[in-house]
Design a protein around this ligand. Sequence first.
Ligand code: TYM
Length: 336
Amino acid sequence: MTRKPRVFSGIQPSGNLHIGNYLGAIQQWVAGQGQKTNFICIVDLHAITVPQNPADLRRQTRELAALLLACGIDPQQTTLFVQSHVRAHAECSWVFSCITPLGWLERMTQYKAKAQKQESVMTGLLTYPVLMAADILLYDADEVPVGEDQKQHIELTRDLAQRFNYLFGETFVIPKPVIRESGARIMGLDDPTVKMSKSETARGHAIRIIDDPDEIRWAIKRAVTDSFNEIRFSDDPERAGVNNLLQIYELLTGRSRPEIEAHFAGKGYGALKRELAEVVIEALRPIRERYYQLMDDPAELDRILAIGAEQARAVAEPKMTLILERVGFVLPKDRR
Ligand code: TYM
């Protein structure tokens, strides 16, 4: 019997989960459940590469678990777990950091962008993609569904897997990024030249998954558009605002592009915004309701995460043992 494709992806518990995360990544994770073996990881080790308040981090980790479940991640079909619950991630990351040329990391565009925003840059921010490679490779993932911004990190993961295989013998599956055509890069509503981001907290920048209807209407009403007053999909950077709104509409309604363009033919941007706001509100309503129910029962959340961690360890631990063996360590008794 051929094995089902393995899927691994991760998400940071940094709060403010938005519709870009949902459409770029989470929706794909949910859609793949059943046909594939899914591992979804809440990456708290990655979160601390920039300063975090400990109490906030702990709260946001549980909140993110609740949000992912509310979005449709089904713990019967997906191994949902917290990265720090599986020690192999940190352990593997160290081994990988010893075969990663510094130049590979200094080239990463996300590192350069994030480093610019920090007064003092910590080593972990630079080695962030090495930990990501550990996440993915420990599970022999075939596919990594992500938004466009993670593509470079997955290319580095592939390079690292090939390098390890070359140095120590065939050990890792070479994973491939899975990036949607539509939704790969949802842009800020207030500025369609930058991607929608969790760290941008200005009102009207993002639609957060738990925003209430009035907030959603407010943000979409004020979304930056253009003066063409023509509703069609386009790659033209000057039409990026409208294109972004149309992509959100496309992904939430499941309608085809020609159908959408025909539907809005002759209508103005005001009509697009009004209709889109209602589509977003209705799509997010059940998620928000389920989220609050789940947050009412933290013990149940912890139980789900404990089961996930156990399932993840069952895969990652034997792989880690193999890695340690390959690099030439004497294995302790409990690893043999
Ligand atoms: P993170 O937490 O920033 O984002 C989670 C997922 O959401 C996608 N995303 C977007 N997609 C479309 N439009 C946007 N505006 C947008 N913003 C974010 C991201 O591409 C991502 O798929 N480094 C990762 C977490 C990670 C990981 C991994 C991912 C750690 N280990 C292993 C895959 C495999 C991150 O910070 O994602």
